[in-house]
Design a protein around this ligand. Sequence first.
Ligand code: IPD
Length: 254
Amino acid sequence: MVRYDFCRALARDAGKLAHTAFGTSAVSLKGRHDVVTEMDRKVERFIRAALAKRFPDDAIIGEEDGGTSGERLWLIDPIDGTANYARGLPRYCVSIGYVERGVPLLGVIYDPSHDWLYSAAKGDGAWLDGRRLAVSDAADIGRATVECGWSTRRPAQAYVDLLARVMHAGAAIRRAGSGALGLADVAAGRAEAYAELHINAWDCAAGIVLVTEAGGFVSDFFAGDGVRSGNPLIATNAALAGKLAEIVGVPIVR
Ligand code: IPD
């Protein structure tokens, strides 16, 4: 619980720092439709320095500065939803996940625009500040909302095909630009599912703990080289897991 308490406070401090340049931080491109701001780098340095000082033997992998894996591993995204952040759209967050010997144990997501702190520790439930979170119990795909994450890391046609399959199954779709907050929405029952054909570990490590601790199910993101290279991801409730796995083409662990 030392790490849990520490990273909850750290995520909040990091988010407050990020918010000082909300919509104004200098922007550059890492790739096509892949933006980074000066503040992404600054916040990552801030988080890394704090973790390295408090837990010097832990490994850290972050979106901006990379890193190498280890038995005790922090996965950090200083600003998830950077494109929103850069344009002054209030949907972005700081995401900090902690994995020990391959098992995701802690997830903390701080949404500075709402001052919302999501947190989960394995076996201790998922929380939004003082409120316990639970995934939606909707069992009918025809009444479900599925957020379909997108990046240029997969071909446009693959994404269009995914949207078509989700929509033909009868679900409503959403794409709001932050994988971490998309997963927090599933944990909070604000969406029935999140699906992405490729997502990186720093975007989803924290959200995976939130969803599972809120009673949901996820695909085996950490399979193979997921930590370093990313993987597809589905997160949803028990009732829709089979249907979603079929639609996306990725099994869900139950
Ligand atoms: C991206 C967002 C987006 C998701 C992408 C991520 P970034 O992260 O989370 O919603 O679909 O896979 O790369 O660039 O905003 O940190």
